[in-house]
Design a protein around this ligand. Structure first.
Ligand code: ADP
Ligand code: MG
Length: 471
C-alpha cells in the first residue's frame, strides 16, 4: 500500500545568492486531504497558494536591526579580546615551551562565568597550533567541555577521538578505536597512550569547566592524566584546567592539586567601562549602522557589571534588546528595550531554575500556587504547610517534616521564586509571609510539565474544601 502522505521530494539543490542553499520543490503534499477532516479544516483557512516560506517570510525581511546576530552568541569566537591581553600573554608565555618541544607547566585558571576564560584559552590555542606549523614540533590543543563530558571514561574517549583526527600516520593495525562505552579503564589508558605517542609532539588538553567533572566523578581522571607523561615515549602532555568555582580545589587530593596547579591564573571580573569596550567591538559586526541609541551599550554594560562583571550577561542583554526591538518592528534599539531585556532574562533564568528543582521543592511551590489560586495573595508558612500535606498525600510522595519544608521555603525565597517577609503577630510571635510576583503564570506552566504535577493528578484535590478552610 502506498503511504498516505508523500514526503515532498527536493532535487536540484542549487546555491542561490549569498551562498544559501535553495531547494526546488517538485512534489506537493499529495493526498493530504485524505488524512482526516481536521486537515481539510486547516486548508479552508489557508490562502490558496502558499509556499511554506510564507509563514516565515515576514520575520526574515526585517533587516533593520541585526547585520549578524550570531556575533552576539556565547559560542562566537572573536579575534580581538579587549582587556585580556595580560591574561592572554600569561597563557602564551607558559605554552610557548611546547614550541621548543618541552612540556609546558600545567595551568589552573579560575574566574567567574563570563570573564573570558574559554575565549582567551581558545584564542591562544589557535595561535599555538598555527605557530607550531612553522616549527618541526607538532602541537595540538584538545579542548573539552566537562559540563557535558563529565566522566573519566568520556574524557578519555573524547581525547582519543580528537587525537585520531590529528593522527596522520597509518595505523599499524594494532590500534583500535576506543568505543564510547564498554572498555575497562586500564585498556582505555593503554590505547590513549599509544595514540598520544603515535601523534607525537606536545598535546595540550584543556579541561574546561573542570569543576563539573570533579564534582560529578571525583579527581581520578586528573590524577591519571597528570601522571601520564611518565608512560609516554614520543609525546608530552600538558593540562589546562578552567574552573568557574574558586573553591573547587577543596574537592581535590593535595597531590593532584599540586601537579595541576603548577601555574595559577585568576581572571578578574570586568568593570562597566571594560564591558562597554567589549560590546562596542562586537556590536560593529552584529548590528546595522546607527540602530543602537547611544545609551544602550553603557546601560547593558552597567547592568552586567552589577551582576558580577559577566561579559556573557552583557552580550545577552544586548542581543535580547535587539530582538525585542526587531519584534516590535522598531528602527532603533533604545534604553527601554534594554530594561525589557533585563526583565525577560531574569524571568527566563528563574523559570529555568524552577524547572530543575527537586520534586519536593516543586510540591511546596505547587502548594503556594494553589493558595494563590484560591484567592490568597499573601500566605503564611502555616498555610503552606497545611496545603503541602494535602498535596503530598494526593501525589503519594513522602511528607517532609515542618523543619525541612521551612528550609525549602527559604531556598525558594533565596532563588527569587517567591518573596518573603517576617511579620510580628504580637503575642503569637512572628510568622513568615510570602507571595508571588507577576510571574506565577509562568511557574504554573513549568510545574505542569512535571508528570507528577500534571493537572490530571491534582484535579483530585478538592479546592472548594481548601477554599472553605482558608476563609
Ligand atoms: P567564561 O569561559 O569565563 O565563562 P567566555 O570566554 O565564554 O567566559 O566569555 C563569554 C562571552 O563573552 C563569549 O561570547 C566571549 O566571546 C565574550 N567575551 C569574554 N571576554 C571577552 C573580551 N575580552 N572581548 C570580547 N569578548 C569577550
Ligand atoms: Mg567558559
Amino acid at each position: 500500500m502506498p503511504p498516505l502522505i508523500k514526503i515532498p521530494e527536493y532535487n536540484q539543490i542549487s546555491t542561490g545568492t549569498r551562498g544559501v542553499i535553495k531547494r526546488e520543490k517538485t512534489e506537493s503534499l499529495r493526498g493530504a486531504g485524505a488524512i482526516s477532516p481536521e486537515h481539510n479544516f486547516c486548508r479552508d483557512h489557508m490562502p490558496e497558494e502558499t509556499s511554506s516560506m510564507g509563514l516565515f517570510q515576514k520575520y526574515l525581511v526585517n533587516k533593520n536591526i541585526f547585520r549578524n546576530r550570531e556575533v552576539l552568541r556565547h559560542s562566537y569566537r572573536p579575534n580581538i579580546l579587549p582587556h585580556r591581553q595580560p591574561e592572554i600573554n600569561s597563557v602564551a608565555s607558559i605554552l610557548a615551551a611546547s614550541l621548543k618541544g618541552e612540556t609546558p607547566s600545567n595551568i589552573l585558571i579560575y574566574g567567574k562565568t563570563g570573564t573570558g576564560k574559554t575565549a582567551c584559552v581558545r584564542y591562544v590555542a589557535d595561535e599555538l597550533e598555527k605557530a607550531s606549523q612553522e616549527t618541526v614540533i607538532p602541537c595540538h590543543v584538545i579542548h573539552l567541555n566537562c559540563e557535558v563530558i563529565d566522566t573519566q571514561y568520556r574524557v578519555l574517549a573524547q581525547i582519543a577521538k580528537n587525537l585520531e583526527d590529528h593522527d596522520e600516520r597509518p595505523s599499524d593495525g594494532t590500534r583500535g578505536t576506543i568505543p564510547f562505552t564498554g572498555w575497562p579503564t586500564d585498556q582505555v589508558y593503554m590505547e590513549l597512550k599509544n595514540l598520544l605517542d603515535s601523534v607525537g609532539g606536545v598535546i595540550v588538553i584543556v579541561l574546561d569547566e573542570i569543576d563539573k567533572l570533579v564534582k560529578k566523578s571525583g579527581d581520578e581522571t586528573l590524577y591519571n592524566l597528570t601522571r601520564i607523561n611518565s608512560d609516554l615515549r614520543d609525546s608530552k602532555v600538558s593540562i589546562i584546567g578552567i574552573s568557574n568555582d574558586l573553591r573547587f580545589t577543596d574537592f581535590l587530593d593535595p597531590r593532584v592539586l599540586s601537579s595541576l596547579s603548577e601555574e595559577e591564573l585568576v581572571f578578574p571580573p570586568y568593570n562597566a567601562p571594560q564591558l562597554c569596550d567589549i560590546l562596542q567591538q562586537r556590536s560593529a559586526d552584529a548590528f546595522m549602522e546607527e540602530v543602537l541609541d547611544p545609551p544602550v551599550i553603557p546601560l547593558c554594560a552597567a547592568l552586567a557589571a552589577q551582576e558580577h562583571g559577566d561579559a556573557r550577561r552583557a552580550l545577552d542583554l544586548l542581543r535580547v534588546s535587539g530582538e525585542l526591538a526587531e519584534r516590535e518592528d522598531e528602527k532603533k534599539v533604545t534604553e527601554r528595550h534594554v530594561k525589557l531585556a533585563q526583565e525577560k532574562i531574569e524571568t527566563d533564568s528563574m523559570i529555568e531554575c524552577v524547572s530543575t528543582l527537586p520534586t519536593q521543592s516543586k510540591v511546596v511551590l505547587y502548594s503556594m500556587l494553589l493558595l494563590e489560586h484560591i484567592g490568597k495573595k499573601i500566605f503564611t508558612s502555616g498555610e503552606v504547610l497545611q496545603v503541602y500535606r494535602e498535596v503530598a498525600g494526593t501525589l503519594d510522595v513522602d511528607v517532609l517534616t515542618n523543619r525541612r519544608i521551612t528550609d525549602l521555603v527559604s531556598e525558594l525565597s533565596m532563588l527569587g521564586v517567591i518573596n518573603t517577609r517576617v511579620v510580628s503577630k504580637g503575642r503569637y510571635g512572628r510568622t513568615k509571609e510570602m507571595w508571588f510576583d507577576m510571574t506565577s503564570d509562568r511557574i504554573w506552566e513549568v510545574l505542569s510539565k512535571d508528570q507528577r504535577l500534571s493537572r490530571d493528578t491534582l484535579i483530585q484535590l478538592d479546592t472548594n474544601r481548601l477554599k472553605a478552610s482558608f476563609r
